[in-house]
Write a protein that binds this ligand. Structure first.
Ligand code: SAM
Length: 459
């Protein structure tokens, strides 16, 4: 099967273990709603930093959706967006969201925001929303955000400060819910007062031109954000019970009482202050050159040389294959499908064995001569592989590789080309004049998956 790609650094278990709100279907559903509810405030923050078409941005701790669509809207055309989260269930949902919306130029990675493993200076904007509030050492994430921003680029965060919750007329159930929230929330070292602290953390991390503003939204009855405290206590219920702050029965009663009280339109409530904070990474603004990487590499702008395979490329090709399937293909296939397709990393021996079996292999190598994409051509005109690493996806590299292989095929007198293209690779081949011969429904390791048999005549 042929395909295109996406990257990641495996997130350690600990990243999820320390995440305060935990992982549950209810919490994921809450985060899906949050994306809509905080869209207007998120736009305001994006206006402060001025993201433009052609630029690159990353949403750290993007959850099932985050602001991936808002970022894509701003950097299009020609830009790129990365969504990163430590929870594989969330990255699978985010990849599904990208797929369902048909958004281009977005990669979704599973990694720990505290040490992403991505190259320094890769992004024009490094963004996070309600991530810092949830982890014990937020300064580590801010340091990583600063590292990832290019000199002259921006770092921005949206974080709550939940010390002051307001409810009028007062209600004892509201106060108890707030108490339970604070006790459970602080348990892992998370800081419910982070909002006010972010601007100083930005300065400490070396950012310049730091700005911040706070909002105190009054959500009307029916708005899901009006009951956020009760919703968060629901997400953290196991922890509240474990701490002995309240019993299951009491939590049920409190939950019902608070919701009833907040359903009354006369009740005034503010669940916290929302801080929008931004800063700029000092440094000279680099001259922007399309498809040219700065030292350390722009994740979204890789300059490549296309050349023939050499045995030293073997491990790199195996790595490109695995990351492509496990990460990039996620935007068109489910997590279960990509796992079945590439259950474990391939070896250098595997890649080398294929490369010397009579086929021609062309490699796109970055400035450090590291393979970031490759294509092959068998003597009968079959293109078996077309893979692109996440950091190189969406930059026309697959297209350039294909053009080189087609030129080679013509020189060799090959009259027609054919391939089995993945859902993503299909688009590349269609642009190159291939037609779908038939959709192929396969079962790999017990999992149903499909690709497309495609062909092109070279007359
Ligand atoms: C409250 S949610 C916010 C989601 C999204 N930013 C939004 O505003 O809709 C926090 C997200 O951070 C992720 N997260 C927690 N700790 C993380 C870490 N160390 N690295 C990366 N993601 C992390 C969680 O999995 C979760 O998806």
């Amino acid at each position: 099967m042929t395909e295109t790609t996406q990257s990641a650094v495996d997130a350690g278990q600990d990243a999820n273990a320390v995440y305060t709100l935990g992982s549950s279907q209810g919490e994921s559903a809450r985060l899906q709603r949050q994306a809509d509810e905080l869209a207007a405030d998120s736009h305001t923050l994006l206006d402060r930093v001025g993201l433009r078409p052609g630029q690159s941005a990353i949403d750290l701790g993007c959850g099932p959706r985050g602001i991936l669509d808002l970022l894509a809207e701003r950097v299009s055309p020609g830009g790129c967006v990365v969504g990163l989260d430590a929870d594989p269930a969330h990255t699978a949902m985010a990849a599904g969201f990208v797929r369902d919306r048909g958004l281009d130029g977005i990669q979704v990675l599973t990694a720990d925001a505290r040490h992403t493993g991505l190259p320094s200076g890769s992004f024009d904007l490094v963004f996070s929303r309600t991530l810092l509030i949830n982890i014990p050492e937020p300064a580590e994430v801010v340091a990583e955000m600063t590292r990832l921003a290019r000199p002259g680029g921006h770092v921005a965060a949206m974080e709550y400060d939940m010390e002051h919750a307001l409810c009028y007329p007062p209600h004892p159930a509201f106060d108890r819910i707030c108490e339970s929230f604070t006790a459970a929330f602080r348990r892992n070292g998370a800081d419910p007062e982070i909002g006010r602290k972010v601007s100083e953390m930005f300065r400490q991390a070396g950012l310049a031109d730091v700005g911040t503003e706070a909002r105190a939204p009054l959500y009307p009855p029916g708005h899901t954000r009006r009951t956020i405290r009760a919703d968060l206590v629901r997400s953290m219920r196991p922890r509240v019970l474990e701490l002995g702050v309240a019993s299951e029965a009491e939590l049920d009663e409190l939950d019902a009482a608070v919701r009833t009280h907040l359903a009354d339109p006369r009740t005034i409530t503010i669940s916290g202050l929302l801080f929008l904070t931004w800063g700029r990474k000092p440094g000279l603004l680099p001259v922007r050159r399309r498809a040219r990487s700065a030292a350390g590499g722009y994740i979204c702008r890789v300059d490549v040389t296309i050349r023939g395979y050499e045995p030293r490329d073997a491990a790199g090709l195996a790595d490109v294959f695995f990351r492509s399937v496990r990460q990039v293909a996620l935007s068109a296939y489910t997590a279960e499908q990509v796992r079945a397709w590439a259950p474990e990393p391939r070896t250098a021996e595997w890649a080398h064995g294929e490369a010397i079996d009579g086929r021609m292999v062309l490699v796109a190598a970055d400035e450090d001569d590291r393979p970031v994409a490759y294509i092959d051509l068998q003597p009968n005109g079959h293109i078996d592989r077309l893979f692109c690493a996440p950091e190189a996806a969406g930059q026309g590299i697959a297209s350039r590789l294909y053009d080189a292989v087609e030129a080679a095929a013509r020189q060799q007198g090959i009259r027609s080309l054919f391939t089995e293209a993945s859902e993503l690779a299909r688009r590349v081949f269609e642009r190159k004049g291939f037609a779908v011969v038939q959709r192929q429904d396969l079962v790999i390791r017990g999992v149903a998956i499909h690709n497309y048999r495609m062909a092109k005549a070279l007359d």
